[in-house]
Design a protein around this ligand. Structure first.
Ligand code: FE
Ligand code: CA
Length: 535
């Protein structure tokens, strides 16, 4: 009943806005007049909110609200009239929208695939808010977001999920549904939000050495153009489990490789494409990424670059450093094939973060009033040795920090020399859970930090569990590795004053829908004593 009244009010607000002239609200919101090509009274014959809603990048005083209008998500232009139009938004202190604290209008522009990013400011810290959008007689689903605690607040507990690697063809996104059901403060998505590969046709294929029948198929070939990337995001974003997780809590994001191309590094792709050509692809991929994530305006791509490294704080409890380990890194060495850690791998002139970001990280990663520091990044720091299937020799990944030993030594050296015994890192990319102690590679440095590497949401399908050669070899070659399993899921972190708990959550199957989640293993890290202990 109340919802209906509010819904009518919302629709009325849009109607009167269109009738009485939109100049005033746009003048306030954008510092500019309504565009000359504004479509004043959009109408839709299908729901324009099929891609759901999302919020992200929370701060103590606000966050970003997101939606994208796409009545026909897989069609060119999302089935939209290619003109800008006004979308009304509302933010309330309660789920029923009885106490609306902010509302306004935002432009959905064809230049940004009719995505809407609203940066809300001036809110109260440390509390939840609910939001929704309306346009042309249609109302969006309701999303829930939350502001961060005040910078100087005492905070006793933060809970968040670490997840990523969601290959649409390889499994249901049930893990996202389970994340939506968890009581969480936020989600950290470490990357591989989409995969860029082509539809490979019907029928069985091989996946990690086992026959696999794809559950769903990518639309179209490998993606290169802006419209290709937009359509891929629209396909992924149509998934109801993924939408549920977006609507449940605010997210922090980073991209890894597959948002652009497998194992890209700086200006280089994996195929030897001339950098000036790859940079064209990188630019459109970043635009589509920006369009589909609730990112702040400061992250908007500019000439093929976007600023993604940043920090966020939860009162005196936790400071998180979100890294970008793709955009500034040196190219992989040794042909980006798993191999020995030779001189090229150890070359200290190579970089993982770029000089500027590395200096920025060390500047903020210092003992201070925060009980904990988190490094939220993309690929493993654990320096995992593997047994080569072909040659039997001990090899390392050239794409993870193990392929960038100079930067790895500098980072762990910095944490060690700063005397910080309260740093935990979270990442993903490996499509398996790995829980590891972090030590230097070249000396008995003692345990410096701790890493929770979250497995994939769906990439790798059901997986082999514990019982495969890779896992057995990894266990025998890596004393720093305390748990490994090839199942889908996420890591749940619960950070309290003196303890950081990590639960490795798994689903036994993603080839069937709606599987339950269970905890494969749990560890705690004691503040002041880096390294994993069984919970
Ligand atoms: Fe992945
Ligand atoms: Ca990856």
């Amino acid at each position: 009943m109340t919802h209906d009244i509010n819904r009518r009010r919302l629709l009325k607000a849009l109607g009167t806005g269109a009738a009485s002239g939109l100049l005033a609200p746009f003048g306030m919101a954008f510092g500019q007049a309504a565009p000359r090509n504004l479509l004043a009274n959009p109408r839709f014959d299908r729901d324009p909110f099929q891609l759901g809603v999302a919020s992200g990048e929370p701060a103590p005083d606000g966050f970003v609200l997101w939606t994208r209008l796409a009545p026909q998500p897989l069609e060119q232009g999302g089935g939209m009239v290619m003109r800008p139009m006004a979308v009304t938004w509302e933010l309330a202190e309660d789920e029923g929208f009885r106490r609306v604290v902010r509302d306004g209008q935002a432009l959905a522009r064809p230049e940004l695939a009719h995505a809407v990013h609203v940066e809300v400011e001036g809110l109260a810290p440390g509390r939840p808010y609910w939001y929704r959008f309306a346009v042309g007689g249609a109302t969006s689903p309701v999303g829930r977001s939350a502001t961060l605690p005040a910078t100087d607040a005492r905070v006793d507990r933060v809970r968040f999920a670490v997840a990523g690697c969601q290959h649409l063809e390889e499994g249901h996104f049930t893990a996202w549904r389970r994340i939506a059901e968890e009581p969480l403060d936020f989600v950290f998505h470490y990357g591989d939000y989409i995969y860029e590969g082509p539809d490979r046709g019907p029928g069985e294929r091989m996946l990690n050495g086992r026959p696999f029948m794809p559950l769903r198929r990518h639309v179209g070939g490998e993606i290169y153009s802006l419209d290709d990337y937009r359509r891929r995001y629209a396909q992924y974003r149509s998934d109801p489990d993924l939408q549920a997780a977006h609507a449940a809590v605010p997210w922090f994001f980073s991209f890894d490789d597959h948002e652009i191309d497998n194992n890209w590094a700086g200006e280089f792709d994996q195929d030897g494409t001339p950098p000036e050509l790859f940079m064209l692809r990188r630019a459109v991929a970043m635009q589509a990424y920006y369009e589909h994530m609730p990112l702040r305006r400061r992250s908007m791509p500019h000439n093929g670059h976007m600023r993604m490294y940043r920090r966020a704080g939860w009162g005196d409890l936790l400071q998180a450093h979100f890294l970008d380990t793709r955009q500034y890194r040196s190219d992989q060495v040794n042909g980006d094939r798993d191999g020995p850690q030779n001189d090229a791998v150890a070359d200290p002139s190579r970089t993982m973060l770029g000089a500027e970001q590395e200096a920025w990280l060390y500047d903020g990663l210092r003992p201070d009033h925060h009980r904990w520091h988190a490094i939220a990044h993309q690929v493993s720091l654990a320096n995992l040795a593997m047994r080569s299937r072909e040659t039997g020799e001990v090899v390392h990944s050239m794409d993870q920090w193990s392929g960038y030993l100079g930067p790895r030594r500098r980072l762990l050296g910095h944490i060690h020399e700063a005397g910080m015994k309260n740093v935990v890192t979270v990442c993903g990319d490996a499509h398996r859970h790995f829980a590891s102690d972090l030590l230097q590679d070249h000396e008995d440095s003692g345990v410096i930090s701790t890493e929770f590497l979250a497995t994939s949401i769906s990439s790798g399908a059901d997986g082999a569990g514990e019982d495969d050669d890779f896992n057995r070899n990894a266990r025998s070659l890596n004393p720093q590795l305390k748990a490994i399993t090839d199942r889908r899921g996420y890591v749940l972190c619960e950070v309290t004053r003196d303890e950081w708990r990590g639960d490795l959550k798994v689903l036994d199957r993603v080839t069937v829908p709606d599987e339950p989640v269970r905890t494969y293993a749990s560890f705690v890290v004691e503040r002041g004593r880096p390294g994993l202990q069984p919970a």
